[in-house]
Design a protein around this ligand. Structure first.
Ligand SMILES: *Cc1c(COP(=O)(O)O)cnc(C)c1O
Length: 239
């Protein structure tokens, strides 16, 4: 595919997505301006990020280090906002804090401590979301791990983040459980988020919704949609 062909494919995909966002917002009495697209560029090249930026997107997301850092570096001239949305090991926090603007996937106290330390030593201020686990543990299916803190733990995590130098508590993030109607889980996220904004009114970010379920997320008050395949096409399966 030539650069021009790729550009028209992405432009067409983005038009369709914007139309669907507009329609979902209209159906739920929301203003499309309240909904930000975070383009999840994992497995796709930096050239695609450049096209999306040129088409007007400012927020990009990645779920893996070092791929995330590589792309952020290749696009450093574009002044984009980079979201890290994947599960993060504590020993990678230092590296991620140097290029990510927002880490959406914070789900445990040790990670907060590591990110705070890393942000301070990089002299950066890092936006942080508490990732909420919407998928209660199933004893019949151990090992499931999409990340996230249990709802019962998110208040303490929010307090810890809010009190951590170098970090700014922005809100919450969640991934809907696989193979279920996402509406119930997204409503559960909304309720969990309300308990956090009661204490931290600035923490309004609600990152929910992916390619398969973003309209349901809009219905449940999402402010950020993390969209990969609906914009960029099918990915090669990650190992
Ligand atoms: C890959 C990914 C997305 C985007 O997924 P699509 O279904 O391609 O839109 C969103 N959020 C997270 C955490 C991801 O890892």
């Amino acid at each position: 595919m030539t650069e021009d062909e790729r550009r028209s494919t992405l432009a067409r995909n983005l038009d369709v997505v914007r139309g669907r966002i507009k329609a979902a917002c209209a159906a739920h009495g929301r203003d499309p301006q309240e909904v930000t697209i975070v383009a999840i560029s994992k497995t796709f090249p930096a050239s695609d990020v450049r096209i999306l930026a040129d088409l007007g997107l400012r927020h990009m997301g990645e779920n893996r280090h070092p791929e995330a850092g590589e792309k952020a570096r290749q696009c450093a001239d574009l002044d984009l906002t980079w979201h890290f949305v994947g599960q993060l090991q504590r020993n990678k926090a230092g590296a991620v804090a140097r290029y990510a603007d927002i880490v959406e996937s914070v789900d445990r106290p040790a990670l907060v401590t590591a990110l705070s330390r890393a942000a301070q030593s990089a002299d950066r201020r890092l936006g942080v979301c508490v990732q909420v686990d919407l998928d209660p543990p199933d004893p019949a299916a151990p090992g499931r791990s999409r990340g996230g803190a249990p709802v019962a733990a998110i208040g303490d995590l929010a307090d810890q983040i809010a009190a951590s130098p170098g970090l700014e508590l922005l809100g919450v993030m969640a991934v809907a459980p696989l193979g279920q109607d996402p509406r119930g889980p997204f409503e559960a996220l909304a309720a969990a988020h309300d308990t956090i904004t009661a204490a931290y009114p600035q923490a309004r970010m609600r990152s929910a919704g992916m390619s398969a379920d973003f309209e349901a997320a809009i219905a449940a008050g999402a402010t950020h949609l993390r969209l990969g395949s609906v914009l960029l096409g099918h990915r090669e399966q990650l190992k």
